[in-house]
Write a protein of this length. Sequence first.
Length: 149
Amino acid sequence: MKIGYIRVSSKDQKEEDFEDIVDKMYIDKTSRKDTNRPCLQEMLSFIREGDVLYIESISRSARNTRDFLELMDTFKSKGVGVICLKEPIDTTTPSGRMMATVFASMYEMERENIMQRQREGIDVAKQRGVKFGRPKTKIPKDFEKTIKR
């Protein structure tokens, strides 16, 4: 059976159209960096030996190399092949498995670089006096008196 899996980060993000190539589709509409996603877990329970899983991209299935490799081990132990459409990788071949690992590492590095740039940007903004979070609430002068009443 041909199975499709997509993770989209927001409700507005469009899912790829897999209808012409898959028999069953799983779509997680969540922004999670781990693999604890409802449809992913459902798909992992459903998928079985001989199935082929189609994913849009490695980066949409896992955000770190360890999670991706654990998923790949699960699929391999179940006898399931994985085909990535964006990276054109087929994990049923030795070179495909190796390339999938390389891409997973690259996506993890990309995520870490984004987080580092974000932290640096926040630090620069703080040095310039930008305030983050909610504005402080001003307490009225007669607050204590009102509370005592």
